[in-house]
Design a protein around this ligand. Structure first.
Ligand code: AVJ
Length: 317
């Protein structure tokens, strides 16, 4: 029996309060998880088609070439949990390679993205129990019980989404994953690697302006859902590599002194003032080892693309 699980507090309840809190801080911030409404998820898919955005293409290449090797390392009868499942293309490659997977549990904040991907996967993998959960994977959540006892639980966390978190949050998330995966558990994590600054910055500043549109959609979403009156042409997208922190930092910059109303509150901006909206951390192999050690996990195997731009890392208890 398949059940759709939803978290107890609906994501929308938190949206207003998190936006107001973020805009009251100095610097102003907006949480990047709110990028992914239906519009934002569609725009992210469009980012993945841009020539500058190498991440998705590269990770797909790794999965195409080496999913069989990953599946061999994971073994049979796996319960596969995915954090932030998105369109589920990489997942399909992993599910195809796995031997007799017990169930697939995608945890995704965007209901539309979750519905679309699971509908497809149900058709393609009728023998795998599908147990979608619409939730924010950073919050405590209840997971559905599988119909058959798995040999081990594997948490799949592709896309370098871990890089969206500050170091301390990422550590906490990995540590939480360690607890959710149980004693023989594992995590398979996609991580974007440090490389020349030009390529990293270009990936977040595509010439067609799709990433800028994706970033500013956060303001459009606030307008749609929180009675905001942001004028999008009065703000601009900025994405720069911070070499000390080892991450791309995306900000929305106010082009003028201006006031905006959000959820019945006035928020004022100075010309040039920034709202911090996203981190996209880039890793060295030393960074990966350090992070695994802090979460008390063993970095046992990793798979790269030809040019070593990206890696899929196996972490085991
Ligand atoms: C899928 C969240 C990892 O940070 O590279 C792409 C999101 N933001 N372009 C990333 C994103 C701007 C992406 N993640």
């Amino acid at each position: 029996r398949e059940t759709d699980f939803r978290q107890f507090s609906l994501p929308d309840d938190d949206f207003a309060s998190e936006v107001i809190r973020g805009l009251s801080g100095r610097p102003k911030r907006l949480p990047s998880k709110y990028f992914y409404d239906a519009e934002g998820s569609a725009l992210f898919e469009k980012i993945c088609d841009q020539p500058e955005y190498y991440l998705t293409r590269t990770e797909l290449e790794i999965m195409r070439d080496q999913a069989a090797s990953m599946a061999a390392a994971l073994g049979p009868d796996v319960r596969l949990i995915e954090f932030g499942s998105g369109a589920g293309l990489k997942t399909r490659l992993l599910l195809e390679a796995l031997r007799n997977p017990v169930c697939y549990v995608p945890i995704e904040i965007s209901q539309s993205a979750l519905d679309d991907s699971v509908a497809q996967l149900r058709e393609d993998f009728p023998q795998v129990q599908m147990q979608p959960v619409c939730a924010d994977f950073t919050q405590a959540l209840c997971l559905p019980r599988p119909a058959r006892e798995p040999r081990r639980t594997v948490i799949y966390f592709p896309g370098s989404t871990l890089g969206n978190f500050a170091t301390s949050e990422a550590d906490a998330l990995l540590h939480g994953m360690r607890l959710s995966m149980g004693p023989y558990g594992a995590a398979l994590v996609g991580l974007d690697l440090k490389k020349d600054i030009g390529s990293m910055e270009a990936a977040y500043n595509d010439a067609a302006g799709v990433t800028a549109e994706f970033t500013l959609n956060l303001l459009a979403r606030i307008n749609r859902e929180l009675e905001g009156d942001f004028k999008l042409d009065r703000f601009e997208h900025q994405a720069r590599y911070n070499p000390e922190a080892g991450r791309i930092e995306t900000r929305i910059i106010s082009r003028f002194d201006q006031a905006v109303r959000v959820s019945g509150q006035d928020v004022s901006f100075l010309k040039g003032e920034a709202m911090l909206v996203e981190y996209s951390t880039k890793y060295s192999l030393d960074d990966v080892e350090g992070m695994a050690a802090r979460a008390k996990l063993h970095a046992t195997r990793r798979w790269f693309d030809r040019d070593r731009r990206f890696c899929v890392q196996l972490l085991e208890r």
